[in-house]
Design a protein around this ligand. Sequence first.
Ligand code: IMP
Ligand code: MG
Length: 182
Amino acid sequence: MAEMRDDIAYILAQEDEIKEICKNLGARISKDYKDKNIIIVSVLKGAFVFCADIFRNISIPCAIDFMAISSYGSGTTPGAVRMIKDLGVDITGMDVLIVEDILDSGNSLAYTIELLKARKPASIKICTLLDKPDRRQAKHIVADYVGKVIPDEFVVGYGLDYDEKYRNLPYIGVLKPEVYSK
Ligand code: IMP
Ligand code: MG
């Protein structure tokens, strides 16, 4: 039987490290948003696992909603960004914290922020588990909360996919290049 682990070249962030990251970011967010009207906007699908962990590490009252955007299709290079599912609540006047799995080219976040800004929230900030700064195209996109800065490698697991697979790995690993070059 095919085991996902066989397609991983090496592990970049183990479960323990991710747990620690979520704890630390959750504590910072709880402090920074103490007197604010926070709503987490989770960007599906990649961020859903991270979001669930971050959410449980926030100790202040916190709303949450989900939107889905797509930027990749089935490859490993960015394509056009489009919205697949919109938020169900009005974010006007709220302090929006966008929770993302990974900040790569920055194009998806640039798109998402423009879209949300038009709805007049009180503030918008970004929390991303991973940051791949080497590949940034949208230079103005800077994350306010970063879990881990990583090199320019294609990673999977903990919500991140390749061709809709590997999202259920509990850690983050670098995919063997032969998996996506075949
Ligand atoms: P960006 O628009 O290039 O910043 O890419 C953002 C989205 O692309 C992320 O939310 C991911 O869904 C996907 N992505 C970027 N890099 C990777 C990766 O290394 N592995 C899996 N998905 C990725
Ligand atoms: Mg994503």
